[in-house]
Design a protein around this ligand. Structure first.
Ligand code: PHE
Length: 455
């Protein structure tokens, strides 16, 4: 177990770096948000714009966070502080940690639902007509006890992994969880695409509908790219502090981005063919995965109920794994912060985070029930967390990080990290810098103002 003193923890292998960081990126955002957004926003057109956003904007932002983290070899707040030289720029790091911390509890609630659905499928509860699935989900999400319990359970599973440290915990778990996730995904994609009329779903996803291109599609794709790549939550910075000095940051960011895009597209191929084969229109948000899909799987495989049962079970296992690896990265942001800033052991820091985020999660979960004390200005605490972290903190931290790296930090330091102190040719350095200085901040500013309804 890593102590505060002595040598700092690090990932042991290059594969570990990629799988752990891709584990952070691949999450609920890929499985439910991406397919739905793509379906609603012109299918192939959205996918093309999304991939362009990932390549042109996501990768440079990811590299910037990597640079700060690997240079600092510390938690996100300290890493920013080291480059800020006593100026208020250091606040970006604290904001990143705070965003990561706040979102952990909220993300754990949704992850807890996934876990509960694993058990519900196992127990054969996911069986009935569409109204039943609707009632099952609303009962589950508003229940005062069960979802809180599942939130706490998934947080303790995360805690157990985090407590084992970077190599024995995060890296080892990612090396098992990520390949499993990928195999499950492929299995369900094959089952779904082989369904009668499945081809219609594939067409829906890949047939470009150019009439749908509007500024909303662009901004939607951009927001989705940032969220999906775990940008601005402190996760990338914290993980990068465990990279070795010879990790090629550009290459790592590109590989992670490719994995993230591939998983998102495969998730679309898992959902749409099945939905189209039974003529159900795919909904948005939580209702897609928790209400529509169990019903779709049940109907689509009605002739062989065992396969329907298995597909549904495997789907929720996959969802829980995707959520768990993202939750690990969120938990680690605050664990590393408390461990290093309060000079306590990793174990204590992890416990502090688990307990405090369990409280946040419990309140978020309760706010979805009949408990009126947890509603503010007409919105539940759950919705407030979603809004504040995703729509305010994420763009603000992302924007400031680009300005910080592009305009404030000495470019010699940036180049040193980018080229591993001159060992790599750094062919793309100028292009990277151009994107980080001008293109990324402007793009983020647009999403931000658009989300707030200002433009
Ligand atoms: N990238 C994750 C997803 O796609 C969400 C996430 C954001 C996880 C930020 C960690 C940090 O679901």
């Amino acid at each position: 177990m890593t102590k505060n003193s002595g040598e700092r923890a690090s990932f042991g292998t290059k594969l570990g770096v990629i799988l752990a960081t891709a584990g952070s990126a691949v999450g609920l955002g890929n499985v439910w948000r991406f397919p739905y957004m793509a379906g609603e926003n012109g299918g192939a057109v959205f996918i093309i714009i999304y991939v362009a956003c990932v390549l042109l904007l996501g990768i440079p932002c990811m590299i910037s966070e990597f640079i700060v983290g690997r240079h600092g070899q510390s938690n996100t707040a300290r890493s920013f502080r080291m480059l800020a030289n006593g100026t208020p720029w250091a606040l970006i790091g604290y904001m990143g940690v705070l965003t990561g911390f706040l979102i952990t509890g909220y993300y754990a609630v949704v992850s807890g639902w996934c876990l509960q659905y694993v058990f519900a499928s196992l127990a054969g509860h996911l069986h009935g007509d569409p109204a039943y699935f609707q009632a099952y989900f609303s009962e589950l999400s508003s229940d005062p006890v069960k979802p809180v319990l599942w939130t706490v359970i998934i947080l303790f599973i995360t805690h157990f992994i985090i407590e084992h440290g970077v190599r024995n915990g995060i890296e080892r778990a990612s090396k098992i969880l990520m390949p499993t996730l990928f195999i499950l995904l492929l299995l369900i994609v094959v089952a779904s695409c082989l369904l009668p009329n499945g081809i219609k779903g594939i067409e829906f996803l890949f047939k470009p509908d150019f009439s749908k291109i509007t500024e909303d599609v662009f901004l939607g794709a951009l927001g989705q790219a940032f969220y999906s790549m775990s940008i601005a939550m402190g996760c990338l910075c914290t993980y990068a502090s465990y990279f070795s000095k010879d990790t090629d940051l550009t290459r790592a960011a590109s590989q992670i981005a490719i994995i993230d895009c591939v998983v998102a597209i495969l998730a679309g191929l898992m959902i749409f063919p099945a939905a189209f084969s039974v003529g159900v229109s795919p909904d948005s948000g939580p209702s897609l995965i928790f209400i529509t899909l169990p019903n779709v799987f049940q109907q689509a495989f009605a002739s062989v109920p065992l396969i329907g049962y298995l597909v549904s079970l495997l789907f929720f296992v996959l969802l829980s794994l995707a959520a768990l690896t993202s939750l690990m990265s969120l938990h680690e942001v605050s664990t590393a912060f408390f461990q290093e800033e309060l000079h306590i052991t990793r174990r204590r820091a992890a416990l502090l985070v688990t307990v405090s985020t369990a409280f946040i999660g419990a309140f978020c979960s309760l706010s979805l029930g009949s408990y009126d004390g947890l509603r503010f200005f007409g919105q539940s605490l759950f919705e407030w967390f979603d809004f504040i972290t995703g729509q305010i903190f994420l763009p603000v931290v992302g924007f400031l990080t680009c300005i910080f790296i592009g305009w404030y930090v000495d470019h010699r330091i940036v180049r040193e990290e980018f080229t591993n102190r001159g060992e790599l040719p750094g062919r793309y350095f100028h292009r990277y810098l151009f994107l980080v200085k001008y293109v990324c901040p402007l793009a983020i500013l647009f999403i931000f103002l658009h989300q707030l309804g200002i433009i």
